[in-house]
Every structure is written in C-alpha cells, then in structure tokens.
Write a protein that binds this ligand. Sequence first.
Ligand code: ADP
Ligand code: MG
Length: 721
Amino acid sequence: MNQPPFKMRHLIAETDVQFVKGVGPRRSEALASVGVRTALDLLYYFPRRYLDRSRIFKIKDARSAILIPDEVTFVGRIKSVQAAGRGRRFLFLKLTDETGTLRCIWFNGVQYFVNAFKEGELIAFSGKVTSYQNQPCLIHPDYDHLEDESDEEFLHTGGIIPVYPSTDGLKRVGLDSRGIRRTLWKLISSLENYELPDDALSREVLTVNSLLNLKEALTSIHFPKDERQLGLALRRFKFEELFYLQLLLAIRRNLIKHAPGIPLKSPGELVRKLTQEILPFKLTESQRKVLREIVEDIRSDHPMHRLLQGDVGSGKTIVALIAILTAVENGCQTAFMAPTEILAAQHLATIQQYLDLLGIESALLIGGQKKDLRTQIYSDIEDGRASVVVGTHALIQEKVKFNKLGLMVVDEQHRFGVIQRMALQQKGENPHLLVMTATPIPRTLSLTIYGDLDVSVIDEMPTGRKKIKTALRGESTREKVYKFIREQALAGRQVFIVYPLVNETEKSDLKAATQSFVKLRDEVFRGFKVGLIHGQMTETEKNDIMLAFKRNAINILVATTVIEVGIDIPNATVMVIEHADRFGLSQLHQLRGRIGRGVHQSYCILMTADRYLDEKKVQTREDATAYHRLRLFTSTTDGFKIAEYDLMLRGPGEFFGTKQSGMPPLRLANLIKDRDIIIQARKSAFKIAESDPHLRDSQHSRMREVLVKNYKESFEFLKAS
Ligand code: ADP
Ligand code: MG
C-alpha cells in the first residue's frame, strides 16, 4: 500500500489507515492490533454504544431505574473518588449532576480506577442500577470520559455521541473513545476523496428490504443525525450480518437437497413387530406425525436433514429407534451419537432391549475402552456386523469406518458443534441425518441456528402421565421436605437431590455437595441407601452409580448437574433442587424432566433461601430476577414458555453455551430482538440461493466476495460437506 497520489479519489479499501488524517504510523500500529489496517477497516470500526440525550437519566431518577432491566446512562461530574476498606479495598466514587449525587462502587482493580478518574471531570457512567445499603448505585459501571466543550454541546443540542471500544494499546496513543471519535469524524468529513467499494447488497435486496445504501449507512452509524437515522443504519448492518448467515445456510441446504442420497424403503416387518408386538404402548399422534415426515425424507433420492424437537419425556427415542430399524431393514448401518458416555450407555441400554428381541446386533463406542475391545468394535463396524452403533464423539474419530452408513441420529444437538455433525456425516456417503433436541427453541432462533435443517416437532406428551407438582420451599421448611422424602422412599419411590456446581472443577462447591451427602447418608436418611454422583468421577464410576440407581439399589441419589440430560428412571418421582435460585431456567427444566416418567405422581421441590419466597423481601435486581424466574418455573411445565423466558433473560450466547461453534459471531444483530430482520434476511437470502446457487450472476459478485472473505471458515465446511 502506497501513499495515494495527490488529489485523486483513492480506493478506501486499499488506503493504509496511517494516511487517514490524524492517524500516522504510531497510531496505525496500535490500530492494527484491533484489526484496523485500511481506511475502510476504520470506517467499519463501529461504536459500541451511543450516548443519546433521550436515554440519559437524571440522578434523581436512579431509584426508579433499579427495576429497569437495561443499562442506563448518567452524565455528570465526578465529585469525589475515595478508596476505602482495609484488607479488601474498594472504591467509592460520587457523581453529581444538577439533580443529585449517585454512588459508583468498584470491588476490583481499585488502584487502576483511582488513577482513571479525576475530580471535576465530565463523564458518563452506564450500567444497571442496583441497590446497595438501600441506596441506588452502579457497581463496576462502564465509563466514558467526555470532552468538555464539544461533547457537552452534543448533549445539549440533542445530538448522539458515538462511544467506541478501546484498548490499553489504543489509549496509549491517544485513541480512547474520544480520540477515535475525532479520527472518524475527520475521515467521514473527507469521504468524498475516497472511493467506497460497491455495495455487496444488490439493489433489489436494498429496495425490497428498505435498507440504507452502504455509504449512507456507514456515515450514519458513526454520526447519525437523529435517532431514526441511527436505527436505519443499525438495521442495515444487522441485516447484512444475518443475511450472510442465512445465505450460508441456504447454500448448505441447497447442496444437501441436491446431493445424491440413499433412498430407503418404507418401514417394514421389523417396525411392524416393534410397534404391534413389542412396545407396551401406542405411539402418540404427534410421534406418528413426525414419523411420517421422517419416512418421506428417507424415501427420497436426497439425504434427510431434519431436526426433531420435543420436550423432555415426549418420546423422541422411540421415534429415532423406528428410523433406525427402517434403515437396518434396508441393509444399512446406523450411528447414534450422544453428548456424554452416560447418555450413550443409557441410549444403548434403552434400545438394546428392543434390538435384542428383534435379533439386531449393536455396539457401544465410547472413550476409554480397552484396546482389545476397541479393536474388536472397530472391525465389527467396518465389516458391517454391528448394525447399530451407539457412542459419543468417539464415533467421529478417523479410525472408525462404517461399512454402509445409512442413517445417523445425533442426540442433544446443542452440545455438539456443527463441526462434529459434519464430521460424522462424512463417515458415509450422504447418510440421512436426524438431529434430536429437547431444548425447545423459539422459532426465529431455530431459523438461525438450525436454519439448514427441516424441523419436526413432537408437541404432545404420552398419555397417562401425571402432571409433575412443583413447589418452592425455604430453609425454614427443610425438615418437612426431608420427612416427605422419607415417606416417598419408604413407599418404594426414588429421589434425586441435586446441588449446583457452577463449575465442576470448583473445589468448594464439590465439597459442599460431598459434605451434604455424608450428612444425608449418615443422619437425615439413615437406613436408606444413599448414593453420590458428580462430574469428577470417572465415566465408569458414574455409569456404575447410574446403573445401581436404575435397578433401584439406591433410594436417594445426591448429584451435581451431571444428571441434567436424558437420564430415564421411571421410578424416580422426587427431584429436590438445592439452591434453586442459582440454576438457569432451562437447566431447571431439564432437571425436572428427569422425573414424571412413570405411572406414579412426581414432585419437583425447589429449595431456596427464604428471601426468594416473598416479593417483599426482594432487595436487589439479582434477587428480583431469581424471584420471578422461580415463580415462572413453578407456574408452568411448558418448555417453550420457559425457553422463551430464559432466552429473554440470558441471551442466546449463554442459552446455547459456548460450544455452539460453527456459527459466525454476530456483532450487532440480536437473535431475539431482531426477529423481523432475521425473517427478511432469510427470505432474501433463500431467494438468491434459489435463483443463483453459485452466486455467478454479476450483480452478486461482490456478495460472493464478501461471503468467501468474511465467512471463510464456514465456507470451507460447505465445500467439504
Ligand atoms: P425423550 O427422549 O423425548 O425425553 P424418551 O424417548 O426418553 O423421551 O421417552 C420417555 C419415556 O416415555 C420412555 O420411558 C418411553 O418408553 C416412554 N414413551 C415413549 N413414547 C411413549 C408413548 N407413546 N406412550 C407411552 N410412553 C411412551
Ligand atoms: Mg431423551
């Protein structure tokens, strides 16, 4: 990249950022560390927040802001900064505006913050307002130093100030938020000297979706003239993010839809025998409906690619088994992949009882099997003797070779990345794929995360189930709860008592669970058989305990959340969850799903501190959310309702855990709040992929470029699959 010739419009994408006015070599080095190398990159360095007069709170209104779930901003001058406390120090800062004084508190990095703030300076603090010692306050808020004259003017004239993310390295060269703002202001003021790249979104896409064009959007995302303009700019870039994601999904789906598959014949004798002679129950209408969808898929010339959604206990495993038998009847092998060894073993135990009656060979493949056994299993799989192979991701190791893989079932999908799913698919020649998940996923979200799959939903529970009774109990009634457990155990029922382990390696948490176990075994439930299971046991130990529990050799099982998914023990009727306030909603739902699977009435008891029982005792925001979460949970067993609420509270990142890989990260778009945009972007993307599957049309060439460049990794997968 050279210095551009004087007085010529230069390509912004090829202009080294150091030639932007006010940058220079030192700053450009710092900018490179955040990925900004060209003037165009700088233009794409978006604000992380905006200070907008309409969203700035006066300090006198801080108390009312305690109940607002969003962050709010206060602008004022620093009145005092004071470190306090011996041993563990903290920092108190007082912020004033013309309406009052607000306290901000830091518990960590005290020395750093003492130096970061100067008395008298103009500053904006943003965060969620909490209550501390009965006063509204901000704990560890984000802050933005404001510039006295220009920023104050912005604020008074109702302007919107962009706030930029910065790093220590950037700050050292004067590029704090203020510095970046100034630099971008200069760049945007001289934009007529540059030539912007062509808009990757075609005119049609822009028009149909009423989007700002690239130049307008880039200008307005930094310096919007008003709230509306800012909304439009954000919408354009959110759309773009979601659009490429959907385009990837559309292309992937097209590839699958057109790939040659393994057409199978409809279910025959094996399935008839299972459903008519072996199963002690009739399939629900819902199970039959999804089976029809599956059968239609597997009969076609192209591979099935389907997500089976159904709440815990809705009977997905039987549906999978019928699909498996159909493949076996057609002379194919099947693979059944579960996220943990316990679950794999359990799935095998469940389906083996049927497979044995039908004379079908199965095998289990998990980590840690002895070498001889493993070699034997490998060869059984390779020569096709094992018709049904159940396992963990040990299944996707290179050494595993199938003779003729016709169907793969993946359970509890959200624990696997897209990557693992694809790796398994490559074990055969476009085998049919059935992904099962018990996490009810709101529709717009599933359009994104499973957007390349067709979806079937089991929306009905097997009949004859009694509704689980859920109760919230405080410490003061603990003895009563224990008495109830003893009664249930005496009546022959089995009980789970679950402790939260925030982190399975957290020693103190594990100690708490282990100590409670000793006390429960030796004192509270003397005379009963009490077992313990936790995540730090080996797989074999865990397996042994689960099997003992399953054959009723343990009455009361003390557990950490290792039992969260999929365990099926129909005789277990009581689920006690300790410190229930510490669990997320979806986790509580999964835990509750472990009971209520048999003929007896089941009970889920949430143990918690008394303060979560009474709305009047709720003090902080955290208490308030825990209170509402627990209320909602006791009031419904509807998984979808629970999931929507959970998603709203936690956002999709945590909802799916960090393992949900293979999806390009979203910088601006929000999978819950931006429903409308998701739907529009999907529509446009699918339309393009339909009419121009390889993006060869000239109006899509820039789109193709962006897709290949920005989504390279995902793209590699596309080609691989
Ligand atoms: P999921 O995997 O969806 O959580 P499972 O397949 O484990 O649910 O089924 C839960 C329990 O319900 C199992 O014990 C299973 O045998 C039983 N079950 C499945 N389908 C039916 C049905 N149609 N009628 C009665 N019981 C059923
Ligand atoms: Mg299951």
